[in-house]
Design a protein. Structure first.
Length: 240
């Protein structure tokens, strides 16, 4: 997972979060789908699995108290908070005022109009959706942008192996989101940055190849015998 050490998804919903409820839904979000299941995954399944495999795990809560507990436990992470509208409108003001490591909020509700007035105070960090697929598509694209930024940081640190993991994870998220988002036009801005001969993925591969070649060249130099070095010195002297 590209951001697993730095990100957590917390989902607050009175029904989804309960033990014994929504087993299939929670199983999908935790990437525990049986790979031998005969039915092909639908759009939501694919996006959920892409997020779990490439980003970070989901934590489910059915009460405000449980959600706050998760937030406090993971105070060293950047939290992305998903909630039903009915619970979210009561807990978000407290979270924003108390827990600065909660990065953004995604509402899922049946009627968006019921929460428009509330959302005005949180336009910089809150988005509202009334379809699961729309929420997951947007989440995948938003988090892929963060992964690309992290990959660039690894490139600056001369760590192309970690950078490549980030860039490939972002590529997977964007391609999955585009495939599943059948109601809107495909989003290619991130893919244009990642793909191609001069894209970030190829840049990371080139840097990694250069690093892998350097030790072998150094080993060849160390393996030369004194006689080889004497011959080389003589040849250089004759050439001069």
């Amino acid at each position: 997972m590209a951001l697993a050490n730095g990100v957590r998804f917390i989902w607050l919903d009175a029904y989804i979060g309960q033990e014994g409820e929504c087993h299939g839904f929670k199983r999908m979000f935790r990437n525990a789908l049986d790979p031998t299941v005969a039915m092909p995954p639908d759009a939501i399944d694919s996006l959920i699995r892409a997020l779990n495999e490439n980003v970070a795990p989901f934590l489910f809560a059915d009460t405000r108290e449980r959600a706050i507990e998760f937030i406090e436990i993971h105070r060293d992470k950047k939290i992305i908070f998903i909630s039903s509208g009915s619970l979210g409108q009561h807990i978000i003001p407290h979270i924003v005022a108390t827990y600065p490591w909660v990065h953004s909020f995604y509402f899922f509700c049946a009627i968006i109009e019921n929460y428009v007035e509330f959302a005005y105070d949180y336009l910089s960090c809150l988005m509202i959706f009334n379809f699961e697929l729309d929420l997951l598509v947007r989440l995948a694209r938003d988090i892929s942008e963060d992964i690309i930024k992290q990959g660039r940081a690894y490139m600056d640190l001369n760590e192309p192996k970690n950078a490549l993991k980030c860039f490939e994870a972002a590529q997977t998220l964007n391609m999955t989101a585009n495939t599943m988002d059948r109601l809107n036009s495909s989003f290619h801005a991130h893919l244009r940055i990642l793909n191609g001969n001069t894209g970030l993925i190829q840049q990371a591969r080139n840097m990694l190849n250069e690093q892998q070649q350097q030790p072998s060249e150094a080993n060849e130099q160390r393996s030369q015998t004194p006689e080889d070095n004497d011959q080389l010195s003589q040849q250089e002297s004759q050439g001069s």
